[in-house]
Write a protein that binds this ligand. Structure first.
Ligand code: ADP
Ligand code: MG
Length: 246
């Protein structure tokens, strides 16, 4: 397996007023290409903070991150974000048509698309009726909006998708459908996916690798099935069994 991201002794420190907060502590981690990696751990563990480092919404205070063997900080940020797309928990919709929402990235010169993946093709890819293209995006259901947000991210033909709790606002059936879609897209497009979820069964069912974080530290990283069936650390076992704060 080929590494997509390598985190080498990464720490993240934030200072607010007179208080210094160590959010991530000496993280060493490899995220492999064409695999789905889940980040799990209690609320406040640092999952979102770690994800944000991967498309440079934030930069490490210490240590280094490599993408395809090159230092992440040497990439042009816009070029990087075209390769490393992110979808958030609450879909961000602009007050215009579905088609315009999907083509949003083409507004930025640097993001002009090279190939011609049409809006219709993308709607089909994310399981939406192509007839929705001219509809007002704000009138769609949250589940449909989440699919539009995915289509927008896919428009720039990314190599990586970062997904932060994207199924949290959805009912269980819709959440399941979105996860099935993500698994399908991963196979079809050969994407590398990093997904944060608070639903452990989702991580277990849908990811190849799982990372357990707690208190800013990487406690365990393993193949998903190995981590869930035979965790090495007591903390991970307690978390999985629901005996530790989520
Ligand atoms: N900009 C910031 N300044 C200070 N503290 C922050 C900042 N962002 C996050 N934190 C703190 O970092 C910790 C980890 O947050 P987060 O990455 O959101 O955790 P998770 O996604 O695992 O719930 C929390 O204690 C949070 O309060
Ligand atoms: Mg979070």
């Amino acid at each position: 397996m080929t590494p997509q991201f390598v985190l080498d002794d990464v720490s993240l420190i934030k200072s607010n007023h007179n208080q210094t907060n160590t959010i991530l502590k000496n993280i060493n981690l490899t995220i492999y290409t064409n695999q789905i990696t889940s980040l799990i751990g209690p609320s406040g563990a640092g999952k979102s903070s770690l994800l944000r480092l991967l498309n440079r919404l934030d930069d490490p205070s210490a240590g280094a991150i490599y993408y395809d063997g090159q230092l992440l900080k040497d990439f042009d940020v816009l070029e990087l974000r075209r390769k490393v797309g992110m979808v958030f928990q609450i879909p961000v919709m602009f007050d215009t048509t579905v088609a315009e929402n999907i083509k949003y990235a083409s507004r930025f010169g640097k993001n002009k698309k090279k190939t011609d993946k049409s809006v219709i093709e993308l709607l089909d890819m994310v399981g939406l009726d192509p007839g929705l293209a001219e509809r007002d995006a704000l009138q769609l259901s949250v589940g449909q909006q989440q699919r539009v947000a995915l289509a927008r991210t896919l428009y720039t033909e990314p190599e990586v998708l970062l997904l932060d709790e994207l199924t949290a606002p959805l009912d269980p059936t819709t959440a399941q459908e979105i996860l099935n879609l993500i698994r399908k897209l991963q196979t079809q497009l050969g994407l590398t996916i990093v997904i944060i979820t608070h639903l452990l069964q989702q991580a277990r069912d849908y990811s190849d690798f799982t990372v357990y974080l707690e208190n800013g530290k990487l406690i365990e990283f393993n193949h998903t099935e190995a981590l869930f069936s035979n965790p090495e650390h007591e903390a991970v076992l307690e978390f999985i069994q629901g005996r530790r704060a989520r």
